[in-house]
Design a protein around this ligand. Structure first.
Ligand code: PLP
Length: 397
């Protein structure tokens, strides 16, 4: 085998040939195993971010690899114009695990939200879609129009008409929903904005207002779902039942797949020809998703996610410079105190030093917070190792 390209070589090629939309870490990855990423310069990095909450069972999970290889050797694609057992039984499994209605498969989270937005408009023609300040729902035009962040929206105006954002308070949500509302689209824990839990009172107000005005409550479970927050779907811990949820990220441990899952009352909302996607719901991604769900719904697995989250949070909370740890399950954010922020510049700079100097990967969703989305399979000694490495990074200045 030839030597892998070095970080410097990759950076040089990218400067000329990759559109510069991403701020990449100065790390070239060649492979991964369990909680570890292996780099071109021979280091082992403890991956506490899982590619933004995607590789939740760790890298190269044997059951997922087997499922992919086995299916890839039999059939990659047929179009959605034929019956295929894997995707069809996956739809049944997702429906039975959540809202009990129908499933539409996609290739990504943003596309799952596009499907949800189209469903809401099909359900109430011309209706408005309401989302929450600091929400994140994706980068395609519909999803972006529901993502009220100036820096992400402003350069791309005009956005899709009929979207409105309100503060994440019960009062604001109740006041915004009326007979012209098609849907309220929200996360239970806002991931991209820094792991900000939405209050149960806000969720209850949204449910009540949607019921009163015939609007759909759509919960974006793209980051929170598939066990990340300690229950299979985060809404299970919120006291409300949505009309539909959207899922993606961790569903196939790294293969692209997303889904819109509806309640039974929305089964007939889409008609044949209303929506579609060439690659979506393909058999390889579906096989991987079945393997993921086998693990995540296994005996004791989700209870362990809760315990692991508590151990991680307790360890991080005890580190000097940490003001607060928030989140649920293994979806955590560490808020630094003012002194630590002053010493480190910003958490974005700290995250770079953590990966280059301490071989641990987390990210910075805000200038004062670090976000952790560790593998759900992480063991106690790996948690303690993660806390120690972050602690070393915090102590280094
Ligand atoms: C990541 C994310 C999305 C977008 O998913 P993509 O697969 O990147 O399109 C949407 N909503 C939430 C809550 C997310 O975390």
């Amino acid at each position: 085998m030839t030597d892998p390209l070095t970080l410097e070589q990759l950076e040089a090629i990218e400067r000329d040939h990759v559109l510069p939309t991403y701020a990449r870490m100065p790390v070239a990855v060649t492979s991964g195993a369990d909680v570890w990423l292996h780099t071109a310069d021979g280091r082992r990095v403890l991956d506490l971010l899982c590619g933004l909450g995607v590789t939740s069972l760790g890298h190269a999970h044997p059951a997922v690899t087997m499922a992919i290889v086995e299916q890839a050797g039999r059939l990659l694609h047929t179009s959605n114009l034929m019956h295929l057992e894997g995707p069809v039984t996956l739809a049944r499994r997702l429906s039975r695990s959540s809202l009990g209605g129908g499933v539409f498969f996609t290739n990504s989270g943003a596309e799952a939200n596009e499907a949800a937005i189209k469903l809401a408009r099909r359900h109430k023609r011309g209706g408005e879609v309401i989302s929450l300040h600091r929400g994140f729902h994706g980068r395609t035009y519909g999803a972006l129009s529901a993502t009220p962040q100036e820096a992400k929206q402003e350069p791309f105006a005009p956005l899709v008409a009929g979207f409105r954002a309100v503060p994440a308070t019960a009062e604001a949500v109740a006041g915004a929903v009326d007979d012209g509302t098609a849907a309220v689209l929200l996360e239970t824990i806002q991931g991209e904005s820094g792991v900000l839990p939405i209050g149960h009172d806000v969720l209850a107000a949204a449910r009540e207002a949607c019921d009163a005005h015939g609007a759909l409550l759509i919960v974006d479970e793209i980051q929170t779902g598939v066990g990340r927050s300690g229950t299979l779907w985060s809404y299970e811990a919120s006291g409300i039942v949505p009309d539909a949820i959207t899922v993606a990220k961790a569903l196939a441990n790294g293969l692209p797949i997303g889904a819109l899952i509806t309640g039974p009352h929305l089964y007939d909302t889409f008609r044949p020809g209303d929506h579609g996607s060439t690659f979506a719901g393909g058999p390889v991604a579906a096989a991987a998703a079945h393997a993921v769900l086998d693990v995540v719904t296994g005996e004791g697995f989700l209870a362990r996610v809760g315990e692991a989250g508590e151990r991680f949070a307790a360890g991080l909370r005890a580190l000097p410079g940490v003001a607060d740890v928030r989140g649920r399950g293994l979806m955590l954010a560490v808020e630094l105190d003012a002194d630590a922020v002053a010493r480190h510049g910003s958490t974005a700079e700290l995250a770079v030093r953590l990966i280059t100097d301490h071989d641990v990967w987390v990210n910075a969703p805000s200038p004062t917070a670090l976000r952790l989305l560790p593998p759900l399979t992480i063991r106690d000694e790996q948690i303690d190792e993660g806390v120690a490495r972050i602690g070393a990074g915090l102590a280094a200045r």
